[in-house]
Design a binder for this molecule. Structure first.
Ligand code: MTE
Length: 570
């Protein structure tokens, strides 16, 4: 996630007041204020301290407005108030920031002339920041204009610390008429995103990232598509199924191009029940131990669905995959049809043996739970890689490349990797760690919320949740404790909808779906608080670590410690 990387580096930049003052000592053009805000002249000499203080005041106001500017109504409210504040500031603060026209800002679009941008009606000179921007020269795309359309794509920028650092570069404010125009203009790349279920708990609106409430998550064995967690890095692309083409490269005979109909009619349809889990599931618990970078997922960035489509191995063999290719190729790369402002598509890869192995069960899925894939989940085609981290299950699949190299995408190379608890943003070397593929054993309690209470008169307590392991390893046991792990009970496992006949046990190494579990135990007498804990064991006898600190990592991935919930007895 490029955006997150930006933020993390933003957060790491050792900005100090001294540095920001040094930066502000640069000569700032003398500017005449206009449009009803009073006349302001601004120069660099001798006024740094005042400038800095003033800048902080302004920054605080506009950062606040920026943070709440989510809907048109709120934005309008924010602008109205900013304008009112700005107008009053011009009366009470004669030495406030200079006011620039959009025309003036537009002149600053290169390193030679300075790189200026606007955000939420403020003007920033980010010339010196360009060299340290983790996304490199991409930032120049915004030069001379507004950051809003770019931050709408990389919405994770909209965080307090990013705004605070941006504030250090503020050189002025945009004049009133240009502020209004800028607010009305930015095209919203998310405007064609699909409608979503209101029950979802939203972690980020743009791009859309949301999870179902834990209590709903395990109401059914198959998660209804509307409630299935949604993890998008970019706007949801609008794909016309009639003109859709899937390109396959790296096989003898050159690139092949398939229509949706080809995929559906030329290859047998297979259905696989598989759980997808985001690498960041349960990141919120890691965040409580020590802050990590990333969306603050609760315990529901995991869901289970029935996926139908063509097997990837059938398609690759049909287009010429054989021993010749296998002797040099090592990976199968996938590219989505969603792309950022530079046209860079989401991408990921999986090892070749997973892709072509008979037991890999990798699907080019066009159905989810018996219906066309919903737009949020990759319509018209996504790859489903059972047992592998969600990030490799590329949606809106546009291209497959059989290759000797891993995907070079940001998400394969510089994200979704695990590190030691001792690694920080100053020491991390993304090249030193492998991309996450199979995920470790996981379980969580879904029917009891931390801090909730149970009635003392209740005789029995029922605890319910999910358990799943990556790599096709079957969940063989879930242990539950009511006393923080001193004593344990074994829960009952369920691999189908409640009341249905249990599903046949999959062949070893092909358990792709979660198990739901439940246990009812007598409520211990005389306790005022219970620490309810669950931990699962898979067919490789892997179990979850008992606490987070030893597995803490700076990106908050692979968070699978015992799930602990404190419940009051009242
Ligand atoms: N594929 C594309 N093209 N774009 C994306 O942003 N997100 C990935 C993966 N595939 C993503 C993608 C991540 S990080 C996850 S966890 C899963 O999709 C989430 O799938 P879901 O939204 O269907 O739950």
């Amino acid at each position: 996630m490029q955006r997150l990387r930006h933020c993390s580096v933003f957060a790491r930049l050792p900005f100090t007041v001294a540095q920001s003052s040094r930066q502000l000592k640069k000569p700032v053009p003398l500017v005449s204020a206009c449009s009803g805000f009073g006349s302001v002249r601004w120069g660099s000499s001798g006024t740094d301290q005042h400038y800095h203080n003033s800048s902080r005041r302004f920054r605080f106001r506009y950062a606040l407005t920026g943070l709440i500017a989510g809907t048109g109504a709120v934005l309008a409210y924010g602008l109205h108030h900013s304008k009112a504040e700005q107008a009053s500031a011009s009366v009470t603060e004669p030495l406030s920031l200079p006011i620039y026209s959009q025309e003036e800002v537009t002149k600053h679009r290169s390193l030679e002339n300075g790189v200026w941008v606007t955000y939420n009606g403020n003007v920033y000179d980010i010339t010196e920041f360009v060299a340290v921007h983790p996304g490199g020269a991409k930032i120049l795309l915004a030069a001379g204009g507004a950051l809003e359309p770019f931050w709408a794509l990389y919405a994770v920028h909209k965080q307090d610390h990013v705004l605070e650092i941006l504030g250090e570069y503020q050189v002025g404010v945009l004049r009133a008429e240009d502020r209004v125009k800028a607010a009305a203009d930015p095209a919203d790349p998310y405007s064609t995103d699909p409608p979503r279920h209101p029950a979802l708990s939203v972690n980020s609106q743009k791009p859309f990232n949301a999870e179902p409430p834990p209590a709903l998550l395990t109401d059914s064995y198959i998660t209804p598509s509307a409630l299935f967690f949604k993890r998008n890095h970019l706007p949801v692309p609008l794909v016309d199924p009639k003109t859709y083409r899937l390109i396959i490269e790296g096989l003898p005979g050159g690139p092949a191009s398939l229509t949706l109909d080809d995929l559906k009619s030329r290859f047998p349809k297979h259905t696989v029940t598989a759980t997808l889990q985001c690498a960041g599931n349960r990141r919120a618990e890691m965040n409580k131990v020590k802050r990590v970078k990333g969306l603050n997922w609760g315990i529901s960035a995991i869901s289970n669905a029935k996926w139908s489509g063509a097997r990837l191995t059938d398609v690759l063999h049909h287009y010429g995959f054989g021993p010749d290719v296998a002797s040099t190729a090592r990976h199968v790369r996938f590219e989505g049809l969603d792309s950022d402002v530079t046209g860079t598509a989401y991408g990921a890869s999986i090892p070749l043996n997973k892709a072509v192995g008979e037991d890999g069960d990798v699907l080019l899925a066009y159905e989810m739970n018996g219906e066309d894939l919903p737009r949020d989940h990759g319509f018209p085609v996504r790859v489903v890689v059972p047992g592998v981290v969600g990030a490799r299950n590329v949606k809106w699949l546009g291209r497959i490349v059989v290759s000797s190299e891993e995907s070079q995408s940001h998400w394969q190379q510089n994200d979704y990797k695990g590190f030691s608890p001792g690694t920080d943003w100053d020491t991390v070397d993304f090249k030193s760690a492998p991309a996450i593929q199979e995920l470790p054993i996981q379980s969580a309690i879904t029917n009891l919320a931390d801090g909730s209470s149970v009635d003392r008169d209740t005789e029995d307590l029922t605890v319910r949740g999910y358990a799943w392991s990556g790599g096709g390893r079957e969940v063989v046991r879930v242990d539950v404790s009511l006393d923080g792990g001193k004593t344990w009970h074994v829960a009952e496992l369920q691999n189908c909808e409640k009341g249905e006949e249990p599903a046949p046990t999959p062949s070893p190494g092909r358990s792709w779906a979660w198990k739901l579990w439940e246990i009812t135990v007598p409520l211990p007498e005389g306790e005022e608080e219970l620490e309810v804990v669950c931990k699962a064991v898979d067919s490789g006898y892997n179990t979850q670590p008992d606490s987070i600190p030893p597995i803490w990592n700076l990106r908050g991935v692979l968070s699978n410690a015992w799930h602990r919930v404190k419940v009051k007895v009242k």
